[in-house]
Design a protein around this ligand. Structure first.
Ligand code: NAD
Length: 462
């Protein structure tokens, strides 16, 4: 772990499984309460100086981004071995993390004059908050950590970061690396089980919690933050709909739809998780998606040419297996895939489910894996109602040849990002967040940066 700029081990460790084999392949440190206190104290003490010099912070974030990119070949295999994603995707993730750090290194901090007259000069400025407790999930450990590190540190905060117990190693390695370019205590990285997350959110030191993970845990985090009125950003689960309009060309959109649903083996908060198709186009769309699923190469992420690795962990593998089996038992048809791959590891066949509708668990719940239900609809109003008829509201997409009409439908989606003829198009400057149970606040862009600040009014009488 990295505490106060120094690498430290813990008295106890826990096993980290390689999902391609199902075997423990490494041990990670289990941070105890005393060590968490030390990490929080280190962050609080670093804050007193880190907050003062914006130019130094920008320089350090650039150096951090450059370092990550330079060390991509070192970090990527660590990520693949614990997360499962193909080495090339892991490399892209590390480079993406570096891009995020460098984007924020140059992002301007807003300072607005709202009154300037004979009576007063009134400015709205932004102040850092203090120590941020950051907690991340296992699907994109590095890039999602940098969605937090980059804006939080630029704003002048310091951080204690905890990765998921399924994927601690790449984040711990990143913490070790970044200690070369960040002052001691600015970024502390600790690892442990879920309980460590609870200790962090209840800890008296942090003023802000930035959490990415499931809805169920997000609610616990919010409850834990409430007694101390800690500020919160929650990036939670999604059940993104893609609505195809009747002027769509199935052959033309199938590759993009498939990529939007199966990127990272479907383990993306804002992946397409259900597809709504006009009845007339239903069979051609199912068949086009199924052709992509059948052609996909699944295997150990360290092997050449692999497109999809295993599902990351046993509980998630069991959950995807259960949701697919439930759909099939209730009359769905597997147009492609439909079952786990024989052999060791948590591999599951890329699956397209037809003959399935709202009410089936795989349509109503977040599957977070390589299985996609395709649902037929009769009218656009009905499709929108079904798309919106959920507690989730992360993102969604509308697909059609008449893009103005598609954009009108997109505006009726109740979600944080509504894409037209694309899905999963994200960038560091574009805010990202969820409606309803999919989140509180946003990450990325100026809006994400502001989430790591307190608003302060400077009112000078004249
Ligand atoms: P999870 O909620 O199980 O765990 C997320 C993190 O929270 C882990 O680090 C875990 O150790 C920690 N944690 C667990 N219990 C805690 C507690 N009581 N207090 C504090 N921390 C605790 O989620 P997961 O299974 O790792 O990730 C998958 C979920 O994350 C999916 O629902 C996915 O949609 C969501 N996700 C959302 C986004 C987004 O930006 N909206 C991005 C990626 C993933």
């Amino acid at each position: 772990m990295t505490i106060g700029g120094v690498g430290v081990s813990a008295q106890e460790t826990f096993g980290v499984v390689n999902p391609a084999t199902g075997e423990v392949h490494a041990q990670a440190p289990s941070c105890d309460r005393d060590q968490l206190d030390q990490a929080m104290s280190a962050a609080a003490s670093a804050y007193t100086t880190w907050r003062r010099d914006e130019a130094e912070r920008r320089k350090a974030l650039h150096a951090a981004g450059d370092l990550l990119m330079a060390k991509a070949a070192e970090l990527a295999p660590i990520l693949t071995a614990e997360q499962g994603k193909p080495l090339q995707d892991a490399t892209f993730e590390v480079i993406g993390a570096g891009i995020w750090l460098k984007h924020f290194a140059d992002l301007e901090m807003p300072r607005e004059v709202i009154q300037d007259d004979s009576r007063a000069l009134v400015e709205v400025v932004r102040r850092p908050m203090g120590v941020v407790a950051a907690i991340t999930p296992w699907n994109y450990p590095l890039i999602l950590a940098c969605w937090k590190i980059a804006p939080a540190l630029l704003a002048g905060n310091t951080m204690v970061l905890k990765p998921s117990p399924y994927t601690p190693l790449s984040t711990l390695a990143m913490g070790t690396l970044l200690a070369e370019v960040l002052p001691p205590g600015v970024l502390n990285v600790v690892s442990g089980g879920d309980a460590l997350g609870g200790w962090m959110t209840a800890h008296p030191v942090p003023r802000k919690i930035s959490f990415t993970g499931s809805v169920a845990t997000g609610k616990k985090v919010a409850a834990s933050a409430a007694p101390d009125l800690k500020r919160l950003t929650l990036e939670l689960g999604g059940n993104d709909p893609a609505i195809l309009l009747d002027d769509v060309d199935p052959a033309a959109v199938a590759a993009k739809l498939f990529a939007g649903a199966f990127q990272n083996n479907g383990q993306v908060c804002s992946a397409i998780k259900r597809v709504y198709v006009p009845e007339r186009l239903y069979e051609p769309v199912v068949e086009a998606l199924a052709a992509h699923a059948r052609a996909a190469k699944v295997g150990d992420g360290m092997a050449e040419g692999v497109q999809f690795g295993p599902i990351n962990n046993r509980p998630q593998f069991d959950r995807v297996s259960e949701l697919v089996a439930d759909a099939l038992a209730h009359g769905a048809r597997a147009a492609a895939g439909g079952r786990p791959v024989d052999g060791p590891g948590y591999f599951f066949e890329p699956t397209i489910l037809a003959g399935v509708s709202d009410g089936a668990r795989i349509v109503d719940e977040e599957q977070f894996g390589p299985a996609l239900p395709v649902v037929a609809y009769r009218s656009v109003d009905e499709a929108i109602d079904r798309a919106n008829g959920t507690h989730f509201g992360l993102s969604g997409s509308v697909w059609g040849t008449d893009t103005d009409r598609a954009a009108e439908v997109a505006e009726r989606l109740e979600c944080g990002t509504a894409w037209v003829n694309t899905h999963l198009a994200l960038s560091p400057g574009q805010p990202f967040g969820g409606f309803k149970w999919s989140g509180v606040g946003v990450e990325n862009g100026t809006w994400g940066l502001l989430g790591f600040t307190e608003l302060q009014v400077i009112h000078r009488a004249r």
